[in-house]
Design a protein around this ligand. Structure first.
Ligand code: 5GP
Length: 145
């Protein structure tokens, strides 16, 4: 998948947004959804997406939607930090297959980091236990401002 092309309404995140496949939600409002990555690169890996935009990559997104989305990323990252107390976190956002993107609905990754724990490779992490993800999501949502 290149940087350019039509939005596929059947991509995995579009299906999650329509409720056609399950996800472990952290929080949502009318415009954004934060949910747990089911193949987490570290404990507490959260994805944040727009619920309204059909942007595949950063290049496509309406600037005003991007503004709201990045504010939601910051709000989520603050809650992740309070809940899980990482020593750092990586904010990742991949564009185009050559850029590492696998799901073509623009999203940001919040990946908590600890100095003594290696982050798993992007696209190389095993599937997490859903009950464990639900427990993490509960801890994160409890810390939302
Ligand atoms: P990308 O490679 O496009 O930047 O990131 C896509 C992310 O979606 C990956 O981190 C991958 O683990 C995650 N992912 C893929 N399929 C699913 C799914 O069905 N549910 C959830 N929650 N995450 C998924």
């Amino acid at each position: 998948m290149s940087l350019h092309g039509a939005y596929d309404p059947d991509n995995i995140f579009a299906k999650i947004l329509r409720g056609e496949i399950p996800s472990v939600k952290v929080w949502e409002d009318d415009e954004v959804l934060a949910f747990m990555d089911v193949f987490p690169q570290s404990e507490g890996h959260v994805l944040v997406v727009s619920k309204t935009s059909k942007a595949r990559t950063l290049l496509d997104m309406e600037p005003e939607v991007l503004t709201r989305l990045t504010a939601a990323v910051q709000r989520t990252a603050r809650a992740v930090e309070k809940a899980l107390k990482p020593e750092g976190f990586s904010l990742m956002q991949f564009n185009g297959e050559a850029g590492g993107q696998t799901v073509f609905h623009l999203h940001f990754h919040i990946v908590p980091r600890w100095a003594d724990r290696a982050m798993k490779g992007h696209g190389h992490a095993p599937m997490a236990d859903v009950e464990h993800l639900k427990a993490l999501a509960s801890r994160i949502v409890a810390e939302l401002d």
